[in-house]
Design a protein around this ligand. Structure first.
Ligand SMILES: [Zn+2]
Length: 298
């Protein structure tokens, strides 16, 4: 069975402006690549419901973003810029994460959410680092509300998932593993940030052989989940950890994401896996990384 890939046309209309790395061309490249991928079945994502957003974000913040988008757009911070389509895009990016999670929890298999803007830097009351809504945490809370006991979030984006960490670090029902370049933006993610024992950070230098990154991340997965069995595995799938990315110095190739995906499936079966698109700033490379991940989900 092909893996459903939830996305929405509005996610290609959110545009932070000329020269910004988090460009619509990223998702266009992913979509065009997956159209020709037998392992993937593109599906239209619904908009997220407000109740799912309010389980994670402050109402005041949601109104602030909608207000700026309604006025035609502007800057939420130095890096995070919205246009008139960005709220619809954010709702559908979160909706894609929710639809992929619902698919997985209904016993139909794994799924991927190909939305943008990405989510792992977004905070409860603030946008950050190209991110508006914390899609992974929105999906995790939704899964817990549906009766899942434990959710594992694995973040292999080259940047620390500081927003995800901040939103889950007091919740023992969610465990968060992030491997990221260090020292590097956003400056958080040291190994001694442990939350309530549920946060597992792997700060790593750039330029290591890919087998080191894969081995270290896998070691953290084993440490984090010995005696702790998740009912759902979410992958904050950022592909800026690939060799050559302009925003990072890791060295991963598509085969390494496939390897990690297969290992996660095997270790946590019968728990389903849901991948969520985060970073990755060379569109053609991003598309190959996503395709390898999705093929391994099938
Ligand atoms: Zn990133």
């Amino acid at each position: 069975m092909p893996v459903p890939v939830f996305t929405h046309p509005s996610c290609e209309r959110h545009d932070p402006g000329a020269g910004h790395p988090e460009a619509p061309s990223r998702l266009r490249a992913v979509r065009e690549r997956l159209v020709g991928e037998p392992a993937a079945a593109l599906r239209e994502a619904p908009a997220a419901l407000e109740a799912d957003l309010l389980a994670v974000h402050q109402q005041r913040y949601l109104e602030q973003v909608q207000g700026l988008v309604g006025a035609g757009g502007g800057a939420l911070d130095a890096d995070t810029i919205v246009n008139g389509h960005s709220w619809e895009a954010a709702l559908h990016a979160a909706g894609a994460a929710l639809a992929a999670t619902d698919h997985a929890l209904s016993g139909q298999g794994n799924a991927f959410a190909a939305g943008r803007p990405p989510g792992h830097h977004a905070l409860a009351g603030a946008a950050m680092g190209f991110c508006l809504l914390a899609n992974a945490v929105i999906a995790a809370r939704h899964a817990l509300a549906r009766g899942v006991d434990r959710v594992l979030i694995v973040d292999w984006d080259v940047h620390h998932g500081n927003g995800t960490q901040a939103l889950v670090e007091t919740d023992p029902a969610i465990r968060f593993i992030s491997m990221h370049q260090w020292p590097w933006w956003p400056g958080t993610g040291t190994a001694d940030e442990r939350g309530v024992g549920n946060v597992f950070n792997l700060p790593r230098p750039p330029g290591l052989p890919p087998a080191r990154y894969v081995g270290d991340l896998w070691g953290a997965v084993e440490t984090a989940t010995t005696g702790w069995t998740p009912g759902l595995v979410l992958v904050s799938a950022g592909f800026d950890s690939m060799r050559g990315d302009p925003l990072g110095g890791f060295t991963l190739e598509p085969e390494h994401f496939a390897d990690l995906t297969l290992r996660l499936r095997e270790r946590f079966e019968p728990a389903p896996l849901v991948g969520l698109l985060e970073g990755g700033y060379i569109p053609a490379r991003l598309a190959e990384g996503v395709a390898a991940h999705v093929r391994a989900l099938a």
